[in-house]
Design a protein around this ligand. Structure first.
Ligand SMILES: Cc1cn([C@H]2C[C@H](O)[C@@H](COP(=O)(O)OP(=O)(O)OP(=O)(O)O)O2)c(=O)[nH]c1=O
Length: 190
């Protein structure tokens, strides 16, 4: 029998993707303080790995048995991390930076198996191109509120004609790289 999977995430996108993949799971939310503050100059790849691990560790310490799954997603443009917008003005600023530009979305997965405390983690990267957007298009997207809680102030799933996925996984962009998850889970079950 496979150990049960515990999703350490409040993200509705992550729940949907895992449900679509047909993997049974329960949800245990990481504490708000599980993610520590940004570290100046830390590369985005290191940041997503660190944050996914912190969320997994927080839930693992409250889990007797099973595999805890946590993830973290960041957008990156010209080496600069673009996380979730603080407010509408910040979202506008991020979208003005991204329009017409190539950028990358990185998602880290951390699996933490209890009670053995085996850990597996890795990062998936997708390369994206956002088409040139007018100020009016940006404002109309901001009006929808869909940018809230999304890395890079934008959801690929919200306006699929605005973004071309040049390479990499689509589920990665939405917060949970399913191909990477399958590989990590397979290694865990060996
Ligand atoms: C780039 C991009 C991100 N996102 C979302 C995925 C993540 O939910 C969010 C990035 O924030 P995260 O901090 O990775 O996750 P979260 O706070 O939503 O959930 P939790 O920490 O509880 O797991 O941005 C999209 O939905 N579409 C996109 O195109």
């Amino acid at each position: 029998m496979y150990p049960s999977l515990i999703l350490a995430s409040g993200s509705p996108r992550r729940r949907e993707l895992l449900t679509m993949a047909g993997i049974p799971f329960e949800v245990v939310l990481p504490a708000d303080h599980a993610e520590t503050d940004p570290v100046a100059g830390e590369p985005p790849r290191a940041t997503v790995l660190r944050l996914a691990r912190e969320k997994a560790a927080d839930v693992a310490k409250r889990t007797a048995e099973g595999i805890v799954l946590a993830a973290d997603t960041l957008a990156e443009c010209d080496g600069l991390p673009l996380g979730k917008p603080r407010d509408r003005d910040h979202a506008r600023e991020i979208l003005q930076t991204l329009r017409g530009r190539d950028h990358t979305v990185l998602s880290a997965i951390c699996l933490w198996r209890r009670p053995e405390d085996f850990i597996a983690q890795d990062v998936a990267e997708s390369h994206l191109r956002m088409r040139m957007l007018s100020d009016e298009e940006i404002e109309s997207y901001l009006d929808t509120g869909l940018w809230e809680g999304k890395a890079g102030a934008f959801g690929l799933q919200d306006r699929i004609d605005w973004i071309e996925v040049v390479s990499g996984s689509q589920s990665n962009v939405v917060g949970l790289p399913l191909e990477l998850l399958a590989i990590l889970l397979m290694n865990f079950h060996e």
